[in-house]
Design a protein. Structure first.
Length: 181
């Protein structure tokens, strides 16, 4: 259960590229803002939201540092900024989801992570992609690799297992962007 939820949780975070130092001076302003906002959500290691926050922060940091390797770096910058905004500012269903996480802590955060990831991808990612564009296939794939790298930093088995879940969630988000109802 925990591995599945971790894999799901990281699928949501569909925005970043290669492992990178977080102190790089090559960060852009919108990316800098996203990183600072995510770092502001720091939680204790025992908090059921901790994995979600660490992975989201990793994706923002790594993606911002390596965005120039993408075909459309400006797309990534716009998407990552919009993608973290709802969570860090407590918009939409985030207050309820975070409140519910305290009730789920006894399950090692697995259900919390699943709920956060699912909401993040199905609601926020799709919305941001529709507003900012779906990105090129190259960039989409590159970001997927960053997500897997960020997952691997947490738990290699979860990262491996997450490849299947990641592909499914990300496929659905991209499809929704490319084929609006």
């Amino acid at each position: 259960m925990r591995a599945w939820a971790f894999g799901v949780a990281l699928t949501w975070t569909a925005f970043a590229w290669t492992s990178a130092q977080t102190t790089s001076s090559t960060l852009c302003s919108a990316c800098d803002e996203a990183i600072v906002e995510m770092r502001g959500k720091a939680v204790t290691p025992s908090d059921p939201r901790a994995l979600f926050v660490r992975v989201q922060t990793c994706i923002a940091e790594s993606g911002c540092v390596s965005k120039d390797e993408l075909e459309d770096p400006a797309w990534f910058e716009r998407v990552v900024s919009g993608f973290v905004r709802g969570y860090v500012r407590g918009l939409g269903e985030w207050p309820r989801l975070e409140r519910d996480c305290t009730l789920l802590a006894f399950l090692d955060g697995a259900l919390c992570l699943d709920a956060m990831v699912r909401y993040h991808i199905e609601t926020e990612l799709v919305s941001v992609l529709r507003a900012e564009g779906c990105g090129t296939q190259h960039d989409w794939d590159a970001v997927g690799q960053v997500i897997l790298q960020c997952l691997a930093r947490e738990d290699a088995w979860t990262a491996r297992f997450g490849e299947v879940i990641l592909a499914a969630y990300r496929f659905n988000a991209r499809y929704a962007c490319q084929h609006p109802a």
